[in-house]
Design a protein around this ligand. Structure first.
Ligand code: SF4
Ligand code: SF4
Length: 317
């Protein structure tokens, strides 16, 4: 059973293994709500007690299915990528309705590629704080790929939880090396912020060294948990064992670590609009002869480019 630990000063105890739902949705594996919900429920039964989703992921039906009838305490976390306060409010209201909750435990400003969310998303942060006062949100958070933004959270009382991108190669961090992100994380934790990390495996790029990569992130001072996308019961079992400090089955881990993921673009159907290139904060896409080409060394397999493609022809597979 995964031991629960305090998420900073929030009063929430989370399992260090947080179920990341991004891969369940249309941006990646595109599982049905029944299939995705079954996996979430399996993890909850195994002791995972925190589920990470986002407005952008379109996985609320999966989460709702996984929670249906479950009696244990579960921390439900979502994110809004809204550019303005009205849209942020609409995203939260939609989350409440689609997830079937009276209150959302944590809502992050989904600021992956925004260097200074305290300036560029100030209105959104204020609106989330307002909705917290209205009782619709328990805690306001920030998710970011920027060291500078994570560092700022330490001195921002309105942000109680931070969801930083960190992995041992630093892939996907937009403004410095992993050591500096680690230092920003430590500062946040010392200030009482809850910290759970994302992209410990760089979206699958580090899967061949998954155990060492998780150990690196979990070993950083101030990290309370890691969101991990999981697509099979075998993978959930292996991660629960790993995050519980047990020795997971080496044969299963070898199998998991041999998987490969990639960005699939059906270029024949591309209309050369360039939306995907603009959506990629990692600078991994360029248009060559009007068609997107991915630099695999820079791509963290987040699938966010796919969300901006009007032709729905980009997926992480
Ligand atoms: S190319 Fe797409 S999947 Fe890769 S990092 Fe950029 S947005 Fe994410
Ligand atoms: S967003 Fe879609 S249609 Fe537009 S350039 Fe990219 S792949 Fe082509």
């Amino acid at each position: 059973m995964v031991k629960k630990i305090p998420l900073g000063s929030t009063g929430i105890d989370i399992s260090p293994l947080v179920f990341g739902t991004l891969p369940l949705g249309f941006l990646q594996a595109d599982l049905s709500p029944a299939e995705g919900g079954k996996l979430i429920r399996y993890a909850l039964e195994g002791g995972v007690n925190a589920v990470d989703t986002a407005t952008l992921y379109e996985t609320y039906p999966h989460v709702r299915e996984g929670l249906k009838g479950f009696r244990g305490e579960v921390t439900v976390i979502t994110k809004t990528h809204a550019p303005d306060p009205a849209t942020a409010r609409a995203h939260v209201e939609r989350g409440l309705k689609d997830l079937g909750r009276e209150r959302l435990d944590i809502v992050h400003v989904h600021a992956a590629r925004i260097a200074d969310p305290f300036t560029e998303r100030a209105g959104v942060i204020e609106e989330l704080v307002r909705m917290k006062e209205e009782g619709k949100i328990a805690h306001v958070g920030l998710s970011s790929h920027y060291i500078s933004a994570v560092r700022s959270v330490a001195s921002r009382p309105e942000i109680e939880v931070v969801h930083p991108l960190i992995n041992r190669t630093g892939m996907g961090i937009l403004d410095g090396p992993p050591e500096e992100m680690g230092e920003a994380i430590r500062l946040c934790a010392e200030a009482g912020k809850g910290v759970y990390a994302m992209k410990a495996l760089a979206g699958g790029n580090l899967i061949a060294e998954a155990r060492a990569s998780f150990a690196y992130v979990l070993g950083l001072a101030g990290v309370h948990g890691v969101a991990v996308g999981m697509l099979s019961e075998k993978e959930i079992d292996a991660n629960i064992a790993l995050f519980s400090g047990l020795s997971p089955d080496p044969v299963v881990w070898k199998e998991l670590e041999s998987r490969r993921r990639r960005l699939a673009i059906m270029a024949n159907f591309c209309k050369s609009c360039g939306n995907c290139v603009a959506a990629c904060g990692s600078g991994a896409l360029t248009l060559v002869n009007g068609k997107p080409v991915v630099d695999e060394a820079a791509c963290v397999l987040c699938g966010y480019c796919g969300a901006e493609c009007p032709e729905f022809i980009i997926r992480v597979v």
